[in-house]
Design a protein around this ligand. Sequence first.
Ligand code: SR1
Ligand code: MG
Length: 392
Amino acid sequence: MTIQITNHYQALTEIDAIQYALEKNLLEANQDYTCKEIGDGNLNLVFHITPTTGGTGIILKQALPYAKVVGESWPLTLERAYIEASALQWQATFVPTLVPKVFHIDKQLAITVLEDLSNLTILRTGLLNGNTYPKVGKDIGTFLAETLYHTSDYALHPFEKKKQVKRFSNPELCKITEDLVFTDPFFDSETNNFEVELKEQVESIWANDLLKLEVAKLKKQFLTETEALLHGDLHTGSVFVNENRTIVIDPEFAFYGPIGFDIGQVFANLLFAYLHHPEKIDRLQTLQEVWETYYQSFTDLWNKGTEDPYTKVEGYLPFTLTKHWEDALGFAGCEAIRRTIGLAHVADLDSIKNQNQRIHAKLVSLKIGQRLILERKSITSIQELLSLIHQE
Ligand code: SR1
Ligand code: MG
């Protein structure tokens, strides 16, 4: 049976996805194909199409007009698919080996067709399964430095920078982050979700005005600072890995924001991986490698690059990197808290089977989260950060 695929938006089925890819000449016409919807994220359909005889295929990703995690009662713009595809294409000009290849973009149907990465594993899953990825810290550090530096005012002409800020305006996806990361977890909101054993700690967070003042400052930064094009949702579920390759996927939350936000999300999600497997100290070594690589690569780009005469002024680079560090710690703290008690959790914490161990890990996440927010300006080195994590 042939299904009519029009230019008007419709959510595809597995059969439609194969037909669409054939119509667009993204597949060889003289083969049979199998298609499976494999999306396990919160927002999109993800079709994996492979030749029935086996081998590599393609990924067809389609945005749904609502948040899958909640249902049709939470409508969401389809524009995000185009933002994601555009971010991937721009990032590929700086880090071609660290992002997936984009084969096809369809703005009307909110479809992006991507390289098949099914021979790689989602980093969160790999880490939960106890695997170690020796290259991933350096690769993510490089991804951060290259994408954040090159899209910032340090690298772009001011006209170009402002054009890009406009192009990557992403208000609906930003609103999700504003609510779910910065607001809801710090108030008694309906979207929150936590075990009763955490109630005392959660109520002390809601009652802590000093903490909330610091979160308000971080939220303000998220709302107003247009430092660079962020990935916007850089958790360990947004990274594919094997021993040799690291691929950063899913930048649908991309927008111009404070650089420390992306770095902080990486920090917090590596912390969750460590809290799941506290015996696996390499999770924290990876965190250290992310920061050290970021620091060195950003420094090299700065020293090579920029035409802004102020970048040659003594002290301006250390000032800039210190800001990224302090912001990253604060944003990591918000991520640690929201993934523990907010709407969208992480498997690292939720899948700890033993009840006492799970509650312990979540309490530690809440404690570290609060300390990172409150002490972000007095933790001055990666060693201090690691010893704070070990203390809790
Ligand atoms: C309604 S979306 C919930 C979360 O999933 C995404 O991956 C983002 O992290 C968002 O906060
Ligand atoms: Mg995602």
